[in-house]
Write a protein that binds this ligand. Structure first.
Ligand code: FQP
Ligand code: MG
Length: 210
């Protein structure tokens, strides 16, 4: 996977948005997010036909901006929609169980220590999500913040394997996450709650990537 794709990796579900989620996604795509993950979970999340319809609408929008459409957790839906990728955590379906069916798709894995990262790479992950770097409000069952030194240590072990930082990342701390070894930053609230999504994404983007 081209690690530049991880530059600004927007993650969103309907429960994260104050305004119309599709309008939020459109504005984020227009502003230049480089990857999108549909993470529809939590109190009030869409289910069934409404969930699939929303997922298809997000996928269509990403396609029109040539931005990868990644589905969180739901391998079955990702395969059904022929999504560009799937993201799984340690409690989700193990990558080894679906890597065959997901040939050609981007697969990301959340990791919290070097053993998990090693295993993800061995299992054929295309990138790993490392965090939460800072305290996050977007994930009720998040682990305690791991911090930048942890991220740097994981970068040392990973060589140039694609790594995206996640958890409490804002316009203010994004560059510190990058300089600690992340190829990109993954965000939810900073975009979902932004009054000026265009400006927010621009502030997050690492410009002049080769
Ligand atoms: N969804 C995620 N996306 C990333 C990404 F790398 F894409 F930034 N990293 C980490 C997570 C967290 O994944 P997980 O631990 O399964 O929890 P949840 O399913 O609640 O998100
Ligand atoms: Mg998960």
């Amino acid at each position: 996977m081209d690690c530049n794709r991880l530059n600004v990796y927007f993650i969103m579900g309907t429960v994260n948005c104050k305004k119309d989620p599709l309008k939020t996604l459109e504005e984020a795509l227009q502003a230049g997010i480089t990857c999108f993950q549909l993470r529809e979970k939590g109190e009030g999340a869409l289910i069934g036909a409404a969930y699939e319809e929303f997922a298809r609408a997000c996928q269509k929008m990403c396609q029109s901006y040539q931005v990868p459409f990644i589905v969180n957790d739901d391998v079955e839906l990702a395969l059904k929609l022929n999504a560009d990728g799937i993201h799984v955590g340690q409690e989700d379906l193990a990558l080894s169980t679906f890597r065959e069916q997901a040939k050609g798709k981007i697969v990301g894995v959340s990791v919290h220590n070097s053993r998990e990262m090693k295993q993800a790479i061995l299992n054929g992950a295309d990138y790993v999500g490392i965090g939460p770097i800072y305290r996050t409000k977007s994930k009720t069952d998040a682990k305690p913040p791991a911090g930048l030194p942890f991220l740097s240590a994981m970068r040392k072990q990973a060589g140039n394997f694609p790594i995206v930082g996640i958890g409490g990342i804002t316009e203010e701390n994004a560059s510190a996450v990058r300089s600690s070894g992340a190829d990109g930053v993954s965000v939810i609230s900073v975009i979902c709650h932004s009054k000026d999504i265009k400006q927010t994404v621009e502030n997050l983007l690492l410009e002049n990537i080769n």
